[in-house]
Design a binder for this molecule. Structure first.
Ligand SMILES: [Zn+2]
Length: 238
């Protein structure tokens, strides 16, 4: 069992809940900030920021500072809010875990998803399977299928710095309604993290990217998995 510093009880990892908690953690800094009574509804894009929302950015920032102070990772924290309540928290723990994708937004999404989908596979409970609520596609959507899993639709995410492309993509997958971030990509570059080049690289053809990419390699082999999905009669769309 992996040793970590995020639990006071040595038995905390003995349960599924414990493993899930290790993945995202419930940080002391987060607990120190009350989120009760925030009282705002989901804000549409480009609408004015609600009065109660400042505390969410403060909590995201507190998570980031905790990670810096404890040497767990870079200065990045995030919270996910649904109906004025924080349902997911994350902080960068790349240094603690040695895992390059352990970003604040990713872990906040994992945390929130586990809360909204308690029978999901995150952190085991494997036998129960995953049950995702489905919602119809929005009017005018280019989506080719009539319905999708709800995921984190109806939620907002607060991040103390601009999301990297991986995290922004995770936000798309999550169907989060709105992103609030404080520091810009330029601010992030100024402290030594170059997220911006990935955004630039994504606009280029496969063959011109900074990492070598071979498109269509063993295509027939790979597509056998696609066929398995197509043939699966009880597949759960998402
Ligand atoms: Zn990221």
């Amino acid at each position: 069992m992996k040793t970590c510093t995020c639990h006071t009880s040595p038995d905390a990892h003995a349960t599924d809940a414990g493993r899930r908690q290790f993945l995202t953690g419930t940080m002391a800094a987060a607990a120190a900030i009350s989120v009760a009574g925030a009282g705002f509804s989901v804000t549409p894009a480009n609408a004015a920021v609600g009065k109660g929302q400042k505390k969410f950015m403060e909590e995201a920032t507190a998570l980031a500072i905790e990670s810096v102070n404890k040497g767990w990772g870079g200065p990045f924290g995030s919270v996910i809010v649904k109906d004025g309540e924080v349902i997911g928290r994350g902080q960068n723990r790349v240094l603690l875990t040695g895992c390059p994708v352990y970003h604040a937004e990713i872990t906040a999404i994992i945390d929130a998803s586990a809360k909204l989908n308690p029978k999901g596979l995150l952190g085991s409970d494997y036998a129960a399977g995953t049950i995702l609520e489905m919602i119809p596609r929005e009017a005018g959507s280019p989506d080719p299928v009539p319905e999708r899993a709800k995921m984190l639709k109806g939620c907002e995410i607060y991040i103390n710095g601009a999301p990297c492309p991986m995290c922004m993509s995770a936000i798309y997958w999550s169907r989060i309604d709105h992103v609030y971030f404080a520091g810009s990509l330029k601010d992030t570059s100024a402290i030594g993290f170059d997220d911006n080049f990935q955004y630039v690289d994504f606009t280029k053809p496969w063959g011109e990217r900074r990492i070598g990419v071979t498109e269509g390699f063993e295509r027939e082999t790979g597509l056998k998995a696609y066929q398995a999905w197509t043939d699966k009669k009880d597949r759960h769309p998402y």
